[in-house]
Ligand binder design. Structure first.
Ligand SMILES: [Zn+2]
Length: 115
């Protein structure tokens, strides 16, 4: 049996995809939703990870970096797929054992990385 802890976060950011033949070629923004999953055994007190500890890592590693920025300044070619890979690397570097990361670019569309 595996237990997963999932928490979602929001950030607002702009991006531009110059190679795109449609609307994404223009400078525009999204209200992104990041869904972070950590899976593992329960500790002695019966949790995988404290929701507050999870939030602290995501805030310092992702939200403080991405929120209200022009993502092209931080990430080359910031498609949702490339952004979520960058976020995965940042969370892993911060020591968070992420097992699934979903980045919602709109209400209907998300990209996902799994361990
Ligand atoms: Zn976009």
């Amino acid at each position: 049996m595996q237990t997963s802890v999932v928490r979602t976060f929001r950030f607002e950011a702009a991006h531009q995809l110059p190679w795109h033949t449609g609307k994404c070629r223009q400078l525009h923004g999204h209200g992104y939703r990041l869904e972070v999953t950590v899976t593992g055994p329960l500790t002695g007190v019966g949790i995988v990870i404290d929701f507050a500890d999870l939030a602290a890592v995501v805030r310092s590693s992702i939200l403080d970096v991405y929120d209200h920025t022009f993502l092209n300044d931080l990430i080359e070619n910031p498609t949702a797929e490339v952004i979520v890979a960058d976020a995965w690397k940042r969370l892993a570097a911060a020591g968070l054992a992420v097992t699934r990361l979903r980045l919602w670019e709109t209400e209907d569309c998300f990209v996902e990385i799994t361990a």
